[in-house]
Write a protein that binds this ligand. Structure first.
Ligand code: TUI
Length: 307
């Protein structure tokens, strides 16, 4: 039977590379798309023109479909949306909010819309508004997380909507892929798994931190801010935890975290950097090209055959 995600997007394997702020650039997205999955450029907090450059870079590297993620907490989201509409990428995913009011505009340009949903209620709302699919992302994921785990969220979202569902959060091998499909997913999204990829711009220190992580090296910072973020434990997370315990203000918290993605991704500063990562880092042990990583992921899957 034809896979609905592959048919919707014209891709070979229903495997999305999750958008990771600062990490998912045009080069990484193009490499994943060239390997048969769906590469996704992360809008993050970047300005529109930065994202236009990444889209144009990806277009130089691949003729295959790729996506852009709109991070709905970004102060530049309207600019990024305008750029995406002009550049007519194949699809957008959204995160950290409700993209309802933008769906029509994307569809008018032939752009598929696939929101991340942390609840059944939002999944149903997105289906009603015409979303093409949804990504049910559990709180095993890296970065900004919702409340429910993948195990709990995914089967309930799958039961609640008729559009295809992509499972995300906590997947890093064929067992995770098959578990997601057993819970009703028709596609999967992985982020942390692609950090050690050759085509990923992460500093070697970041890659090694992921490759050497144990099962308990991931923690959540900033629950009190209302925007909890999953990251690898380090000196910065200890400082943030101490600040939270001692009743520090939101401003102090934000000041400590400011620039911390630049510190991790570009400088590889193990003390000052914020190394966003999913809980599954302990299972991520393989370097290689995106093509090799996708082959390893899907070989032995009972649901997706790698050819
Ligand atoms: O968006 C993500 N993960 C991210 S975004 C990001 S950049 C950032 N950095 C610091 C603080 C905040 C963001 C890093 N990682 N994942 C998708 C995701 N979306 N997770 C949870 C949600 C979500 C939450 C609420 C989606 C919709 C939503 O809707 C609320 C509503 O308005 O109904």
């Amino acid at each position: 039977m034809e896979n609905r995600i592959c048919a919707l997007l014209g891709i070979r394997y229903p495997v999305f590379q999750g958008a990771m702020a600062w990490l998912s650039d045009g080069k990484l997205a193009a490499a994943v798309s060239e390997a048969g999955g769906l590469g996704i450029i992360a809008g993050g907090n970047a300005e529109g023109e930065i994202i236009r450059k990444e889209i144009q870079e990806a277009k130089k590297l691949t003729n295959r479909p790729f996506g852009v993620n709109i991070m709905l907490l970004s102060p530049h989201k309207e600019e990024v949306i305008k750029v995406v509409l002009e550049e007519k990428v194949a699809c957008v995913t959204t995160g950290a909010g409700n993209p309802g009011k933008y769906i029509e505009a994307f569809h008018a340009q032939g752009i598929k819309v696939i929101p991340v949903v942390p609840s059944v209620a939002l999944a149903k709302k997105m289906e009603k508004l015409g979303a093409d699919a949804v990504i049910a992302e559990g709180n095993e994921a890296g970065g900004h997380i919702g409340k429910l785990s993948t195990m709990v969220l995914l089967p309930q979202v799958s039961d609640a909507v008729s559009i295809p569902v992509i499972g995300a959060g906590g997947i890093a091998d064929h067992r995770g892929v098959d578990a997601a499909f057993t819970l009703g997913a028709e596609g999967v999204q992985l982020g942390t798994y692609f950090i050690p990829a050759e085509e990923c711009r992460a500093h070697e220190n970041y890659k090694n931190l992921v490759l050497e992580a144990s099962d308990i090296d991931v923690t959540v910072t900033g629950r009190f801010t209302g925007h909890p973020v999953q990251v690898l434990r380090n000196k910065l997370t200890r400082k943030l935890d101490a600040l939270e315990k001692n009743g520090g203000s939101l401003e102090e918290f934000e000041a400590l975290g400011r620039g911390s993605l630049y510190q991790s991704v570009i400088l590889g500063d193990l003390e000052k950097g914020s190394f966003m990562s999913g809980q599954i880092a302990g299972l991520v042990k393989k370097k290689g090209t995106c093509r090799e990583l996708i082959e390893t992921l899907l070989t032995d899957s009972k649901y997706i055959s790698y050819e």
